[in-house]
Structures are given as structure tokens and as C-alpha cells.
Design a protein around this ligand. Structure first.
Ligand SMILES: [Zn+2]
Length: 286
């Protein structure tokens, strides 16, 4: 799933390639992706693209006086095409969800792999009309998001830190992969309660949030859209690496179920050497 660094790289890429281009046609290939009906997709046609903005994991493409907003969800992707196929796309075949053809040739596709269709597209007059954007917490890369702003978010928060970091309403842009990476870097258990961090631990975690995201943005910078997924994976130290050695201490990275998926962590670096109990599994065995 693309998270803040990958969406930021896509934003930069679109700013460079899309700005100033005129939208010729917008083809919704999978009808279910479009979540709004007024204004219609056709209102974008003939309009010139302006800058692209990022809101958490959402991309907002300014086209004329409107915004084409997308959330790529778990298996979605944006694929830039210097030349589009001559044949019009056929609905129901393959991962293509929406195609934007540009005047003068080329354009981009929004695609979604797998059977769970969660990719969402909105055409709005203001990005804040998208409910998922309206409820976003602060962006961790925003200049005003300092250590004390972060501390204020954690204070009184009774949930485990892993879930808090992933909650888009608390902080925007961090998902399952980068929350694992942040907690590993900060040497913190993913199950530690957010409110139980002392001042020094908050400072350490804040630094881990900043360093992890900024390094990932730096790595993704200038990487072609089609190569971003591989680039993301190569930079991860624990996420998706259960069974592999921790690059810091050599202990074996472990996986444990969490919410609707699983998380990865290093016991030596993060939990005093003790593996976390898989609550889902132990509940089943009782
Ligand atoms: Zn380790």
C-alpha cells in the first residue's frame, strides 16, 4: 500500500509531468471507483491541470477549477503512460480502474490489483469535501508538526502506539509498513500504550517518525512511478521481513497479528527479547 513517502513521490512526479497539460478524456473503467457524481467526470475534459497536492495518503490533482482526488488504498497504483493504447479499455478486464487521456497523447491510469476493490476517486470543488480528507490529523512533515504537537496527540491516548500511528485521524499518511519501521527505529514495543510514553520516549519516537518518513521520501524522490513499490520494499528493515535477521541486532524479525492484518517487529530491539503474544491465536486456544 502506498503511504506518505510514495504518495509524495507520485505528487512530485505529477507536478512535473501533468502541470500545464490539458485533459482530453476521462474514462471510468471500473464504475465503482467514482464516489461523487456532481460535478461529473466530464467536467474535467478540456481543462488544464494545475499543481498536485497531497493530503495524507490522498492525491488531489487540480484540473481547471476542480480537483480529481484519489486514494489508492491497499492495491491501487497510478501508472503514467507516455503513449496510451489505441483500443478503448474494456470494463471488467484487468486492474484498470480509471484512465485519463491528455491532449497531445499519453496520460495516466489508476489501477487496482486483486479482488478487494477499495480504490476511490472523487471530483470535488474543494478537497475538504472528501470525508477522508476532512477528518485527517496533522501531516507529520508539516513545519508546524513539532515534538510538542506530537506529544499533545499522545497524551491521554489509551490505545496501543501501533494503532495510534496508523490512525489517519490522529496523524496523516502513516500506514502499516512505516509504523512498523518507526517503532523499530525508536526501539519501542508496538503494543505500548501511547499515553505511557515519558518525555524522553516521546522525543525519541518523534525523531523516529521524522527520520523514517524523510529518509523514505528522499529515497523515493525521482524514482519513476513504476519502480516506487520495489523501492519502498527495499528500504524496509522489519516490515514484511518476518523470519529474516534484524539489520540492527541480528535477532529474527517476528510477526504478530494486529487489527485487520499483522505487524513485524524485532524482539531484541523492541520488546526486551520477549516475543509478543499473538492475542488472536491465544484467544482461539483458550
Ligand atoms: Zn533488532
Amino acid at each position: 500500500m502506498p503511504e506518505l513517502p510514495e504518495v509524495e513521490a507520485l505528487r512530485e512526479y505529477l507536478d512535473e509531468h501533468l502541470t500545464g497539460r490539458v485533459v482530453e478524456r476521462v474514462l471510468p473503467v471500473a464504475v465503482s471507483v467514482l464516489k461523487t457524481y456532481d460535478p461529473p467526470l466530464t467536467a474535467l475534459e478540456g481543462q488544464t491541470a494545475g499543481e498536485t497536492a497531497r493530503h495524507g495518503k490522498f492525491l488531489a490533482l487540480r484540473i481547471g477549477g476542480l480537483h480529481l482526488v484519489t486514494h489508492l488504498a491497499r492495491a491501487g497504483w497510478l501508472r503514467w503512460q507516455d503513449a496510451l493504447p489505441e483500443q478503448p479499455p474494456r470494463p471488467g478486464k484487468g486492474p484498470l480502474a480509471l484512465r485519463v487521456a491528455l491532449r497531445g497523447g499519453g496520460g495516466f491510469d489508476l489501477t487496482e490489483a486483486g479482488t478487494q476493490k477499495r480504490l476511490a476517486v472523487y471530483v470535488v470543488r474543494d478537497p475538504q469535501e472528501v470525508p477522508g480528507i476532512a477528518r485527517l490529523g496533522p501531516d507529520p512533515l508539516d513545519a508546524s508538526f513539532d515534538r510538542d504537537a506530537f506529544a499533545a496527540l499522545l497524551a491521554g491516548e489509551r490505545r496501543q502506539i501501533k494503532g495510534v500511528l496508523r490512525d489517519q485521524g490522529v496523524i496523516a499518511g502513516i500506514g502499516n509498513a512505516y509504523s512498523d519501521e518507526i517503532l523499530h527505529r525508536a526501539r519501542v514495543s508496538p503494543f505500548k500504550l501511547a499515553a505511557s510514553f515519558d518525555g524522553e520516549q516521546v522525543t525519541q519516537l518523534y525523531a523516529a517518525v521524522q527520520d523514517t518518513l524523510r529518509e523514505a521520501v528522499e529515497r523515493a524522490h525521482g524514482v519513476a512511478a513504476g519502480k516506487l513499490k520495489a523501492e519502498k520494499k527495499s528500504g524496509l528493515r522489519v516490515h514484511g521481513r518476518a523470519g529474516e535477521p534484524c539489520p540492527v541486532c541480528g535477532d529474527t524479525v517476528r510477526s504478530v497479528s494486529f487489527a485487520d492484518s499483522s505487524l513485524e517487529y524485532c524482539p531484541t530491539c523492541q520488546t526486551g527479547g520477549k516475543p509478543l503474544a499473538d492475542r488472536r491465536l491465544s484467544r482461539l486456544l483458550k
